[in-house]
Design a protein around this ligand. Structure first.
Ligand SMILES: [Zn+2]
Length: 94
């Protein structure tokens, strides 16, 4: 019963605007004003804005990297196709 009481007390303090809230990402408390309620697979969680924007930036960088890799692969394919065509035409006329 003690655990349930502590949980209720925790959510009560988290609802107060002036309170610091536990950030599940950093595993520490931040001021309420820095916190965002995030919906994820395991439910609603409070995270700080900093951790959210960090994650978003990392995601953008990964996307940019992925696009770069795709572009490189594509030009490799093009080069390989050009070479194949050249060899084919050489053997045709050679
Ligand atoms: Zn945080």
């Amino acid at each position: 019963m003690t655990e349930i009481y502590l949980e209720q007390l925790e959510s009560a303090t988290q609802n107060a605007d002036s309170a610091e809230m536990f950030c599940y990402h950093c595993r520490r408390r931040h001021p309420r004003s820095e916190m965002l309620l995030i919906n994820n697979k395991s439910g609603k969680r409070w995270r700080c804005r900093a951790s959210v924007s960090n994650a978003r930036r990392q995601l953008n960088e990964r996307d940019a990297f992925g696009q770069e890799t795709t572009r490189n692969n594509r030009s490799d394919d093009k080069r390989r196709a050009d070479l194949t065509n050249m060899l084919r035409s050489m053997s045709r006329w050679g």
